[in-house]
Design a protein around this ligand. Structure first.
Ligand SMILES: [Fe+2]
Length: 137
């Protein structure tokens, strides 16, 4: 099932929310591609988009935090580094999928991991910066 953006995910009613909505869209399209049996180049394009957008989003988020002198800046940038490592692991698992029997079991598990990866970032990490963003407005 695809992820639907909800108001409880809102962090800044601005750039960060728009970025998160786009990340959800990309992850949903990775899921759709996998379910439709797309592999190789099609899947790779979705995954590359996810990687690139994640990097860009973290960069944008960090520059916002820097600008508002958020006390959680270091904590958040460390977390981003860790999230990139986790994402790379998920991606190598996705790209390593082989054969029908393997993929039937592995795909739902990987998609679930990918979704919890994003939801963890939004609902566990970014909610912590929300009060600082609101205070700076
Ligand atoms: Fe974020």
């Amino acid at each position: 099932m695809v992820i639907v953006w909800r108001s409880k995910m809102s962090i800044d009613k601005d750039i960060i929310d728009e970025d998160h909505k786009t990340l959800i869209k990309i992850i949903n399209s990775v899921e759709t591609a996998l379910r439709e049996g797309k592999r190789g180049k099609d899947l790779m394009n979705n995954i590359q988009e996810l990687k690139k957008y994640t990097d860009d989003h973290f960069e944008r988020e960090e520059s916002i935090l820097k600008k508002i002198k958020c006390p959680n800046y270091d904590q958040q940038t460390n977390k981003h580094e860790y999230l990139i490592i986790q994402l790379n692991d998920i991606i190598s698992d996705l790209l390593g999928l082989r054969g029908e029997r393997d993929t039937d079991k592995a795909i739902p598990k990987l998609v679930k991991t990918l979704k919890s990866w994003l939801m963890g970032h939004v609902l566990k990490d970014d909610v912590k910066i929300k009060p600082f963003i609101e205070a700076a407005k």
